[in-house]
Design a protein around this ligand. Structure first.
Ligand SMILES: *[C@@H]1O[C@H](CO)[C@@H](O)[C@H](O)[C@H]1NC(C)=O
Ligand SMILES: *[C@@H]1O[C@H](CO)[C@@H](O)[C@H](O)[C@H]1NC(C)=O
Ligand SMILES: *[C@@H]1O[C@H](CO)[C@@H](O)[C@H](O)[C@H]1NC(C)=O
Ligand SMILES: *[C@@H]1O[C@H](CO)[C@@H](O)[C@H](O)[C@H]1NC(C)=O
Ligand SMILES: *[C@@H]1O[C@H](CO)[C@@H](O)[C@H](O)[C@H]1NC(C)=O
Ligand SMILES: *[C@@H]1O[C@H](CO)[C@@H](O)[C@H](O)[C@H]1NC(C)=O
Ligand SMILES: *[C@@H]1O[C@H](CO)[C@@H](O)[C@H](O)[C@H]1NC(C)=O
Ligand SMILES: *[C@@H]1O[C@H](CO)[C@@H](O)[C@H](O)[C@H]1NC(C)=O
Ligand SMILES: *[C@@H]1O[C@H](CO)[C@@H](O)[C@H](O)[C@H]1NC(C)=O
Length: 775
């Protein structure tokens, strides 16, 4: 908005010029004729004597008092800061600015009659009088400031002068903008982060929050005249005062809608656990494999590996099979391999040899029948090339495995590089990554996704980039991820720990894909983030879209559901990932539905009674429920949590029978067709959907392997033919749970493998003590 300006034009220089300068003047306020310096740097010149504080200060930037003040020193102070106005008041005060504000009016020259502290032959204003100097006699004088009530970007409406709360904040989130605070700056920032209440206090302070925060603070309005400080960035408008907020609310279309459906699903107790699992994986045997670090703070009775038979949850003594790892998986990464056996690969850990651990398990057995396979591991034969605590793992389009990042040990030096498994004989595969070195320690368990171009997308700390799949050179550095309204240093990866997923890909797979990350925290005080941000990295002009969540959440888990939605659950309102670093559990489940318009995608679902803090997990079960486990918070008042819950999403709690299907071919080449015979209790094939949910190993909010695909299919009667995704860039090789949906209601899943084992990882490793499944 263009400021209304009042130009004083060329002011008459009526100040008194003395021809002789006495050195005997004493500093006093007596009415006395004083000189104007003639040795000012060009083009500085005297403008006149002005009334100060009739409606607030008329020059904005007060400098420290100076008992030795002279006009020359005040001009020098202001000039050095590139100001164009210098004004002396009360002998020792110097103010700098670029204009006069607050309706500054001229005073008789004789009013400015106080000698400067450092040279009493010069006039340095008087009480509430300023001797004003400038680089131009053509000085702008701005009017008395008023509240800005129009021309604010967005849909903000001025509400009045709000009282600040006592001992707390009426509006929670503070920014300080010493030079540019204004309604435009402040409310623009509030709107960018989805807040609906905002205001300016004490000139330079900006607050953002929600109307509900103001209501909860119980504060009322003060007389309008209490809000009397000009905005530093817009001095014709007011920015509150001490303990007074120039208060605005968003009155346009709400920036977000959180749905509150009546059907909110429910949590149910599933089975008592035997450990606090660090990693949860549904195997292709339909059982859930858990890995646990060596002992917890309270227990030391674990082998580190257990498998849960979901068909036996009502018979605790039979449900859990004890398995064995040879080294400590704290804090390793896992991914399901595309080999014939659907092996689970686990890499890294803590400490010494464990940090280079490579562990493999081929899921076996069946519902009600224990398998006999166990984790295989032999550090002397098979180890990572580098020590890794908190690495991420991902299957690449060519079927090899990327292992990336981590630290050399627990809270130790960074391991800023990646390596590829299997390692070719004789050759190393490590690639150094300066951007991981630069962002340590906030980039652990980075989020990695293969893009449909074949390139690799990575989120680490608050940054993202696209890598070349062969060289791992950076192809595109994307914009930084927005964090919170008042802290751009917040991030999304451990220990700031949010969660990330790739949004569903639909046949014919021509749309560029979008990556979503929700929650996280900020270094230091651990103020958890209350937003999700998403980006379409290979779309035109990629930038982050921000969506508010209804509450703050660090350590969320995100679970891809068969209907293309995502659960957001677990975590805390406050803190960081790590032992003892979080409090105030977030017990509520959210559903994120990417088929809705942006900002209308989140529904508030049911709540649990179990705090799920650090080392909690959530994964999709083959019957479309969500298994929720952990946590291991080591925080006073929160237990080592072994109880396992099942969450029934709303699609299972609306009273409809789940559909079913039969399938004969489960090993799919890219682009191949596969018939299924469907049984739909409610709808017809015209309202049916088919989805493929990629196998996931979940740890620390990182659902490694997650991907959701809606393949093409056509039906004739109850026989439908599904076309597999076309290539490894759209869908990297791997195991997927195939679901059908009868309207909203999903079936149970069947495991299918897509794309075979192009890297022949099923023959790896070649040692007599490793049993391999083959390709
Ligand atoms: C004091 O100010 C006058 C007027 O600018 C100047 O002529 C004189 O040199 C100054 N005295 C000292 C000691 O700087
Ligand atoms: C003042 O302006 C000059 C020239 O534009 C610039 O180099 C200098 O950094 C500025 N100084 C301050 C304090 O802003
Ligand atoms: C004073 O400045 C204003 C704005 O820069 C300009 O429009 C006006 O012509 C100037 N007046 C004189 C007398 O220089
Ligand atoms: C907007 O502010 C101006 C100046 O304070 C005032 O005259 C006007 O009435 C206000 N308008 C509204 C709609 O509040
Ligand atoms: C206001 O200044 C701050 C630095 O104090 C800067 O980060 C911000 O971008 C500025 N905002 C606007 C709208 O210019
Ligand atoms: C929420 O979950 C609780 C516990 O499982 C259940 O009793 C309650 O009915 C659920 N609420 C709704 C509205 O479904
Ligand atoms: C370890 O001990 C705890 C406490 O007695 C028990 O709840 C848990 O089931 C035990 N776990 C195993 C694997 O034995
Ligand atoms: C599976 O093995 C475990 C021991 O690891 C045993 O406790 C459990 O009863 C077995 N379950 C079945 C179904 O045999
Ligand atoms: C897959 O690509 C990586 C990176 O270029 C390479 O190291 C690996 O050998 C490739 N794997 C296969 C099976 O070609």
């Amino acid at each position: 908005m263009a400021r209304p300006r009042v130009f004083v034009g060329v002011l008459a220089l009526s100040a008194i010029r003395l021809t002789s300068a006495s050195t005997n003047h004493i500093f006093s306020a007596h009415n006395r004729r004083q000189s104007i310096p003639t040795d000012l740097p060009k083009p500085w010149t005297y403008v006149g004597c002005f009334v100060d504080n009739a409606h607030g200060r008329i020059v904005t930037n007060q400098q420290p008092d100076n008992a030795q003040l002279t006009i020359e020193s005040c001009v020098q102070t202001c000039s050095a800061q590139n100001f164009t106005v210098a004004a002396a008041e009360f002998g020792v005060q110097c103010f700098c600015g670029v204009e006069l504000i607050a309706g500054a009016a001229t005073a008789p020259a004789s009013d400015c009659n106080m000698g400067c502290g450092g040279n009493t032959t010069e006039a340095c204003g008087a009480g509430n009088r300023m001797s004003v100097y400038s680089t131009s006699k053509n000085l702008t004088i701005l009017p008395v400031p008023v509240p800005q009530n129009s021309s604010i970007p967005g849909s903000w409406t001025y509400q009045g002068c709000l009282m600040e709360a006592v001992g707390s904040r009426a509006i929670p989130w503070q920014n300080i903008y010493p030079t540019n605070n204004s309604a435009t700056t402040c409310l623009g920032q509030c709107a960018a982060f989805g807040y609906t209440a905002g205001g300016m206090e004490y000139g330079e302070e900006c607050y953002c929050g929600d109307v509900s925060d103001v209501k909860a603070a119980g504060v009322g309005f003060a007389p309008a005249s209490d809000c009397n400080l000009p905005c530093p960035g817009d001095p014709i408008h007011l920015c509150g005062a001490g303990n007074r907020i120039q208060y605005y609310t968003w009155t346009g279309t709400p920036p977000y809608v959180w749905h509150t459906p009546t059907n909110i699903g429910h949590y149910d107790f599933l089975v008592p656990g035997v450990v606090v699992p660090l990693i949860a994986t549904v195997g292709i045997n339909g059982k859930v494999t858990f890995l646990e670090k060596s002992g917890t703070s309270e227990f030391d009775n674990s082998t580190g590996a257990y498998e849960l038979d979901l068909s036996l949850v009502n018979q605790f003594n039979k449900a859990w099979r004890t398995m064995h790892v040879k080294s400590d998986v704290f804090c390793s990464g896992s991914v399901v391999l595309p080999d014939k056996g659907g092996r689970i690969l686990n890499v890294g850990g803590w400490s010494l040899d464990s940090t280079q651990g490579v562990r493999l398990y081929t899921p076996d057995g069946s519902a009600g029948v224990n398998g006999t396979n166990d984790w295989q591991e032999n550090f002397k034969e098979l180890a990572l090339q580098r020590q890794r605590w908190y690495p991420a793992a991902a299957v690449l389009a060519n079927g090899s495995v990327l292992v990336i990042g981590g630290e050399t040990g627990s809270n130790a030096a960074p391991q800023p590089n990646l390596e590829i498994l299997p390692k070719p004989p004789g050759g190393g595969t490590v690639v150094e990554l300066d951007w991981l070195a630069r962002t340590d320690p906030y980039n652990l368990y980075p989020f990695v996704f293969v893009l449909p171009s074949g390139r690799i997308f990575v989120i680490y700390y608050n940054e993202a980039r696209i890598l070349d799949p062969k060289t791992f050179d950076t192809v595109v550095q994307l914009p930084n991820l927005p964090a919170s309204v008042n802290n751009f240093l917040g991030g999304r990866t451990y220990p700031l720990e949010g969660a990330a997923v790739i949004l569903p890909q639909h046949a014919p797979y021509t749309a560029p894909i979008t990556i979503l990350t929700c929650g996280g925290s900020a270094p230091g005080a651990g103020i958890a983030l209350d937003n999700c941000v998403s980006i379409t990295p290979e779309g035109p002009n990629p930038k982050w879209t921000l969506e508010r969540m209804p509450s703050q959440r660090v350590m969320p888990c995100m679970v891809p559901l068969p209907d293309g939605t995502f659960m957001i659950m677990n975590g805390a309102h406050q803190g960081l990932a790590g032992f003892g670093l979080a409090s105030n559990p977030n017990l509520g489940a959210l559903l994120y539905d990417p088929s809705q318009p942006v900002t209308q995608r989140i529904s508030i679902l049911n709540t649990t009674i179990v705090a799920r803090l650090y080392h909690s997990e959530a994964i999709l079960l083959p019957d479309a429920r969500v298994l929720v486990s952990g946590s291991d918070p080591q925080t006073p008042n929160f237990p080592e949590e072994m109880r396992i819950e099942a969450y029934y999403p709303p699609y299972l709690t609306q009273g409809f029978t789940q559909p079913s299907f039969t399938i004969t071919t489960t090993d799919w080449a890219y682009g191949s067709s596969h018939p299924i015979v469907v049984h739909l209790p409610k709808g017809s094939t015209s309202t049916m959907k088919v989805s493929l949910i990629a196998a996931v190993s979940s740890t620390h909010g990182n659902a490694m392997g997650a991907r959701t695909i809606f393949p093409a299919f056509s039906c004739s009667g109850t026989t439908c033919t599904i076309t597999a995704p076309p290539n490894a860039f759209v869908s990297p090789p791997g195991w997927h749970q195939l679901f059908i949906l009868d309207g909203p209601t999903p079936s149970h899943s069947t495991w299918v493998r897509i794309g075979g084992d192009p890297g022949k990882i099923g023959n790896w490793p070649n040692f007599p003590d490793f049993v391999v499944p083959g390709v």
